[in-house]
Write a protein that binds this ligand. Structure first.
Ligand code: SER
Length: 341
């Protein structure tokens, strides 16, 4: 029997591409939970789909009772801009929700007598710089440096990385729980993600994907950061590939629970130039919003992912030219030509 993977937030930006990939690979049976029901195309990839809230512990217990879950991919979260608008809700969903899932995976590990793998997308939002000079000086950041986030979302992700490490190595350390019965937490710190399929909601790196999707639909776009605002981005296929590679990596080779992965670093101006080249006549203006710019300025301009490369062979397939010319632009064109909104 193929192992069961539970995907939370399956109807979101990463979730949809992940479901497609898991379906193509055919190595897992997929159970999903999301606030909103999955469209039929994605439902057909799944063993079972649940529409519900990860804050509903009864629902999670019910899912665990019905399926022998061996892998959890916990994607559900409130992103950084949304989190600043409602920090209490962000904490509830991003921290308490994650704790519910960790507890469920821990119980499941004990029941199965082996470690349930728990994959957690973290983010460049766990880093924080207090000035552009500091950001420029830091350049490519390593996992252990500059962990001083300025958003609720960043704080939530950083804390949950620690919770995951705690559950993996120390849970019930005063008791008799053998390490074989603890879960196996693995986390990726993503840069801003760009998908041809979906536009994210509530993030602060959203100016990248929004600019592209607006141009493809011939809509004007007001960019909420300055032209020189620079952070790393990654094409969605690479985001999903890295997740699947880390999920399947040999545990003995993993030297840590949290890994940076890089794609390509570009400024908002460089994205606008590529978008205008692909969609001549695209109307892009810059109307920086102080608070959202401040958040982007606090994130690193690049990340050092040498540990992911060394431990589990990470290598992005999409550098900037290939991301735009072979994935984003053709796929987005096709998508809107087919009349998708
Ligand atoms: N892309 C996320 C956001 O903008 C950061 O991980 O909130």
């Amino acid at each position: 029997m193929k192992p069961v993977v539970l995907v939370t937030g399956a109807n979101g930006e990463i979730g949809r591409t992940l479901l497609q990939r898991l379906h193509t690979d055919g190595r897992y049976r997929v159970v999903t939970v999301d606030l909103t029901p999955l469209p039929e195309k994605y439902r057909s990839f799944c063993l079972e789909t649940y529409a519900g809230n990860i804050m509903d512990r009864y629902l999670l217990d019910q899912i665990a009772a019905h399926h022998e879950i061996e892998v959890v991919v916990h994607l559900a979260a409130l992103l950084s801009t949304r989190g600043e608008r409602d920090p209490a809700l962000a904490h509830q969903v991003n921290v308490e929700g994650t704790l519910h899932l960790l507890r469920m995976a821990q119980n499941q590990s004990e029941r199965l007598g082996r470690a349930v793998r728990f994959l957690f997308p973290s983010s460049i939002a766990v880093y924080g710089f207090s000035s552009l000079e500091e950001k420029a000086r830091a350049g490519r950041v390593r996992e252990d440096d500059h962990n001083v986030p300025i958003t609720m979302y960043g704080c939530n992700k950083l804390y949950c990385e620690h919770l995951g490490r705690y559950f993996t190595l120390y849970f019930r350390q005063m008791g008799a729980l053998s390490s074989a019965a603890r879960l196996d937490f693995r986390s990726i710190r993503y840069p801003g993600l760009i998908s041809a399929e979906t536009v994210p909601t509530g993030g602060t790196s959203d100016f990248g994907p929004e600019m592209l999707h607006a141009a493809a639909q011939r809509q004007p776009y007001e960019c909420f950061v300055r032209p020189d605002a620079k952070i790393p981005f990654m094409a969605m296929p690479d985001a999903v590939t890295s997740l699947v590679h880390l999920l399947e990596a040999d545990r003995a080779k993993l030297t840590q629970t949290v890994y940076n992965v890089s794609g390509f670093s570009v400024s908002a101006q460089q994205i606008a130039d590529r978008v205008r080249k692909a969609f001549p006549g695209a109307e892009i203006t810059f109307e920086p919003d102080a608070a959202r710019s401040r958040i982007v300025d606090s994130w690193p301009e690049d990340v050092d992912d040498s540990r992911a490369r060394a431990d589990w062979g990470w290598k992005p397939a999409y550098e900037v030219d290939r991301a735009f010319d072979e994935y984003l632009v053709p796929q987005i064109r096709k998508r809107y030509a087919q009349g998708h909104a």
